[in-house]
Design a protein around this ligand. Sequence first.
Ligand code: AMP
Ligand code: MG
Length: 360
Amino acid sequence: MYILGIESTAHTFGVGIIDSNGNILANKKALFTTESGGMTPRIVADHHIEKFDSIIKDALNEAKIKINDIKLISFSQSPGIGNCLKIGAIIARSVSKLLNCPLIGINHCIAHLEIGKLCGFDENNNLSKDPILLYASGANTQIIGFSGEKYRIFGETLDIGIGNFIDTFARYINIGFPGGPKIELLAKKSKKFIDLGYLVKGMDINFSGILTKLKNLYDLGHSKYDLAFSLQETSFSMLIEVAERALAHTGKNELLLGGGVACNKRLKEMAIKMCNDRGAKCYFVDNSLNVDNGVMIAWAGLLKFLGELNLKFNNIEELKNINFEILIKKYNNSNMKSDYIWSKVNPYLRTDEVEIKYLK
Ligand code: AMP
Ligand code: MG
């Protein structure tokens, strides 16, 4: 069985196709970028409208299947930019009506976590079982772990996400969007650390004070290389500190990195060092799955679909014994069938508000 997932929470319009064994058949995306300035919701939504049909076609071609072969559609339903979420939801609902197949709305943060459990490997090529996720992306920065039928948030940013923080400074120094990769390159050219403050409060962090200080120091003529270096050292240390404390408090010993900022080599280096120091394992996914993508939405869609039908499982091997044809019929004949309610978006839904029904 094939599942198509649509991602459109913010800058990326992504389409992923997987099969019901969790094999990835296609991962296509269009990323909204600028040379200067940031994201205007209306303009990003227009970008997604312009790109969606070609991205869906490219994904079907890459997967070597026809649209009629798709038996389940999922889309990012929360959290995100309302204008962008709505585009993905309308497209997903239209395709699901056309194909008469179930439509599943997905929490984007949970999708990052689930794809990490499917494709995130440690240095010995092993998967994690029950990780703490350091989810470092544009708008979201959370430390997440499974406990009592929910993915609980053990710590988070109290103001802006780490990616938005980096992007805002990048915009200030006129290097465009997304700023993360460019700041990483600038940071490599300096070893001079400037004190920017350090804001960890218990399990939570915040970035706006540091952002103001960075802007002020830039205005005073400090080198962009030194500031980029210090930005990374400071903010990544804050992330690693709360991630380590979450491991210590929960007694878990697996750290998974996810989200666009997890593409950063320096952040990965710090995470590995912290894990080595405390005898924990560190897991990474390929960068193509770290940044927003439709594959993680497709995979999380399959899992949620099973949960809605009260099927629980522990590992991927168990999926191979499931007869999906029967399940789809059962779903379509039930009152869970895709409709208006299922395609409603929720820009503010939190990770810990979602009940996880598919995990044992
Ligand atoms: P996401 O929202 O998960 O797709 O992540 C997007 C964010 O990741 C943006 O804020 C980017 O600036 C950031 N990002 C991407 N690559 C890197 C990198 N190499 N270092 C730091 N941040 C990055
Ligand atoms: Mg994301």
